[in-house]
Ligand binder design. Sequence first.
Ligand SMILES: *[C@@H]1O[C@H](CO)[C@@H](O)[C@H](O)[C@H]1NC(C)=O
Ligand SMILES: *[C@@H]1O[C@H](CO)[C@@H](O)[C@H](O)[C@H]1NC(C)=O
Ligand SMILES: *[C@@H]1O[C@H](CO)[C@@H](O)[C@H](O)[C@H]1NC(C)=O
Ligand SMILES: *[C@@H]1O[C@H](CO)[C@@H](O)[C@H](O)[C@H]1NC(C)=O
Ligand SMILES: *[C@@H]1O[C@H](CO)[C@@H](O)[C@H](O)[C@H]1NC(C)=O
Ligand SMILES: *[C@@H]1O[C@H](CO)[C@@H](O)[C@H](O)[C@H]1NC(C)=O
Ligand SMILES: *[C@@H]1O[C@H](CO)[C@@H](O)[C@H](O)[C@H]1NC(C)=O
Ligand SMILES: *[C@@H]1O[C@H](CO)[C@@H](O)[C@H](O)[C@H]1NC(C)=O
Length: 403
Amino acid sequence: MWLIVVLHLLLLFSMTQANLSTTTTQSSSSSATIPPPKVLQINQTNFNSTLQANDVVFINFYADWCHFSGLLSPIFETAAQRLAEELPRSAKVVLGRVDCVQELQLAKHYAIIKFPTLRLFYRGHELRQEYRGKRSVEALVEYVKKQFQFAIKRFNDMEQLEMIDVKRRSMIGFFDNRTKPEFAVFEQLAERYKHECDFYQRVGPPLVNVSYTQQMPTLVYRPDTARTHATDEVFKGDMAIKEKVEAWLIQKCLPLVREVDFSNVEELIEQRLPLLVLFHLPNDMNSVKDFKAIVEMQLSDCRQLNYVTVNGLRFQHSVRHMGKTYRDLPIIAIDSLKLMYPYPKFKDMYIPGHLRQFVESFNNQTLKHESLSSNSTELPANSTFKHLGPSKHRYSLIAHDEL
Ligand SMILES: *[C@@H]1O[C@H](CO)[C@@H](O)[C@H](O)[C@H]1NC(C)=O
Ligand SMILES: *[C@@H]1O[C@H](CO)[C@@H](O)[C@H](O)[C@H]1NC(C)=O
Ligand SMILES: *[C@@H]1O[C@H](CO)[C@@H](O)[C@H](O)[C@H]1NC(C)=O
Ligand SMILES: *[C@@H]1O[C@H](CO)[C@@H](O)[C@H](O)[C@H]1NC(C)=O
Ligand SMILES: *[C@@H]1O[C@H](CO)[C@@H](O)[C@H](O)[C@H]1NC(C)=O
Ligand SMILES: *[C@@H]1O[C@H](CO)[C@@H](O)[C@H](O)[C@H]1NC(C)=O
Ligand SMILES: *[C@@H]1O[C@H](CO)[C@@H](O)[C@H](O)[C@H]1NC(C)=O
Ligand SMILES: *[C@@H]1O[C@H](CO)[C@@H](O)[C@H](O)[C@H]1NC(C)=O
């Protein structure tokens, strides 16, 4: 309680200071030329053209009434100034701001539900993840500069490859010759999908002990093994056909079904979509594989939900909430972020169309009415995932790092 009062006082104090300091700078620099603002005011009219004309557009979606928007504003301005000084002139980058009170349509389109929200657009594409790092000039500058780094990391021997980040998905290209069309395709796609996957590349003769380098060029997908315990997969198609490679890459790097844990579930909850969850035993990779395949087959057109798999032992709390134990795993359930609806029998997912029907009856509210009126044992439990969303203290002055 006291902390909150102190915080409020601090806030008020800092805002008064901010007002004071702006007044003083304005009066003292009235004779000097005021530099043009470095942050572009973006609205419905110039939004698309700004995205088209730049490689990187980093946008602060703000609301004037919000304290934290006010606090971020000068920091964002300084970051823009620093980037203008430090990046080469050829870098096509814009830091922009969208007033979400004026620009309701834009705010709605980008599902802005809190202020300020920072989102980066890379070559016209909105990044899947919003910016969630520190709100300091240093960190913002670093984040934008990182977008200009070359997408592909080079390596020579397999030992180096063993050191890659196993919490991230990786695409690894093996080439014997740079001048081939396959190489150009790989470079283009790496640039386009570098936020979704890490890209590695080796140019050289085949490696004795690595079977898939006997025929080159070859493309290997290494999943986020730390989370999924899955193994490498080799692309079977023609690497010179960009569309073919891209389709495979999207399937791997932007999967419909994702394994989540406590470190990455928060951003998912923030999308406010219901979840279809598979709770599985940590070593039960078959259920995970089958669940993924079935969801991809039956539900790829149904994007009103997020599809995830979780280690049922780590998420025991949720399992117990549904009146079950680890012995009942695997379990499928929908967490609407209000209630949790267990899928009656895991094995039924193998009946063609059955899982889809379950999701449909959730979407059309039948599930809700049935489970509330009937006296089945499968009563909905309270949501456990809604508590895993971002902390209320995210934007406080204390919590510098928001993740
Ligand atoms: C700061 O200035 C604005 C207008 O310039 C005013 O509306 C606001 O109340 C001031 N805030 C404080 C804390 O003095
Ligand atoms: C949109 O923003 C641009 C540049 O900031 C400005 O020139 C223009 O008047 C704005 N248009 C509207 C409708 O607000
Ligand atoms: C901007 O582009 C999007 C998608 O390409 C389109 O849906 C939207 O209508 C465009 N907005 C304007 C104002 O041109
Ligand atoms: C690479 O391929 C090009 C054309 O396909 C060829 O001219 C060149 O000699 C090759 N280089 C090597 C090192 O094999
Ligand atoms: C390749 O295999 C041989 C024999 O199986 C082994 O001696 C050698 O160390 C291996 N090299 C690498 C790079 O793993
Ligand atoms: C809801 O969806 C289920 C499953 O597809 C279907 O059986 C049911 O008839 C639907 N109910 C309504 C009211 O649309
Ligand atoms: C609920 O239970 C009662 C008796 O236990 C049974 O007669 C009734 O048919 C059940 N209703 C439903 C919808 O299952
Ligand atoms: C679910 O939450 C409501 C209030 O949020 C509470 O009253 C109720 O007891 C909870 N039910 C269970 C089974 O925990």
